[in-house]
Design a protein around this ligand. Structure first.
Ligand code: SF4
Length: 354
């Protein structure tokens, strides 16, 4: 969900609990790019290194990133609480996390355990409570909570990969909102959870962790907007033709029996928000890419092109504005001039190379 902050099609499929992997398989779509098992294992190993010995490697990093004083550090693993199991049930861990966070927020203890490993939070999505399991931790400093995310992609010379950093901050934004919801339930203001998220990554190409504060303000805003849209699901459903269904109609052997053409038609009834980045996170990426290309959508050319041509959503419209077949509206005048300028440069280059 956090990877799809503005696609109605995906929102609807998520809200309806559709198995997108099975849907993509039935439509014969290639799978999107996924993390290799090696990368997943490396990520788990890195996280264990950082949180080993009651967070010993993490604490000095946070001291530096947040300027912590000694008494502000206290660690607790919420993975196994009140049971001998390695992993306690989500509900129990959620109750435990809630009590620890609220105790810290209200300064009820001399030793507020605010560095929580494996906490469980709840977020309201389309009217339902969903559990979130950060492998990470909320840290309270001077009464303000910070979300800490441990990620195994490297920070090279102080710079992480911007796409990966954005995805990590979007994920952290969900934890920020869940924490704010928790505090709000106890009458505390949202400002008690900071927009600044601490990303902990390997430094350069080593396994040594480094902690960097990043503003997740934009991601929090986008995700809040998306959650607001999910609250408007009834409106989206109202716009659907009656009898629309994404049900795969599994037979006795659990194999889908619904004709793929019917499912493609059902998908066409909901607005997509395709970008090439979809291939990293959505099982329907190849379907939506073909559709965007067939419709000549500028989004099929990449996020940068789509953003540059904001408001001109098809290639045909961009070309018509450029060659004068379409008169630009007041808001399209600057863009039309830029397109004509680009066309002149293109024509000059072609003349030079001829
Ligand atoms: S691939 Fe399609 S359904 Fe999935 S997020 Fe992108 S546009 Fe939406």
């Amino acid at each position: 969900m956090t990877a799809n902050p503005s696609c109605d099609r995906r929102s609807l499929l998520d809200a309806a609990g559709i198995d997108k992997d099975a849907l993509a398989g039935h439509l014969g779509l290639p799978r999107p790019l996924r993390k290799s098992q090696l990368a997943l294992d490396y990520g788990i190993a890195f996280e264990r290194t950082v949180t080993a010995q009651a967070g010993a490697p993490l604490v000095p990093l946070l001291r530096q990133a947040l300027g912590l004083t000694l008494p502000e550090v206290s660690y607790e693993d919420v993975n196994s609480v009140g049971s001998d199991d390695d992993k306690s049930p989500l509900k129990l861990r959620r109750a435990h996390t809630r009590s620890r966070i609220l105790s810290a927020a209200h300064h009820r203890s001399d030793n507020p355990r605010t560095l929580l490993d494996h906490p469980v939070l709840c977020l309201t999505v389309a009217g339902h409570q969903v559990y979130l399991e950060p492998d990470v931790i909320a840290f309270q400093r001077d009464g303000i909570f910070h979300v800490v995310e441990i990620k195994s992609f490297p920070v090279i010379h102080g710079q992480p990969d911007p796409i990966k950093a954005n995805a990590a901050l979007t994920q952290a934004a969900a934890y920020v909102l869940a924490l704010r919801e928790l505090l709000a339930g106890d009458g505390l203001p949202p400002e008690h959870v900071s927009d600044t998220v601490i990303l902990v990554n390997p430094r350069n190409f080593t396994r040594h962790p480094t902690a960097t504060p990043f503003s997740a303000h934009k991601q929090i805003k986008n995700l809040s907007r998306h959650l607001g849209r999910l609250r408007r699901l009834p409106e989206m459903l109202d716009k659907l033709p009656p009898d629309t269904t994404f049900d795969l109609a599994p037979g006795p052997d659990q194999k889908p029996t619904r004709p793929p053409g019917e499912l493609v038609a059902a998908l066409a009834t909901v607005r997509p928000h395709y970008t090439p980045g979809c291939r990293h996170h959505c099982d329907l990426a190849f379907h939506c890419r073909t559709e965007a290309r067939n419709q000549g959508r500028t989004a099929a050319l990449g996020t940068a092109v789509r953003d540059d041509l904001a408001g001109i959503d098809t290639i045909a419209k961009a070309l018509a504005l450029t060659d004068g077949h379409l008169h630009p509206s007041r808001g399209q005048k600057d863009l039309t001039q830029a397109l004509r300028h680009a066309q002149r440069i293109h024509a000059d280059l072609q003349t030079d190379t001829a």
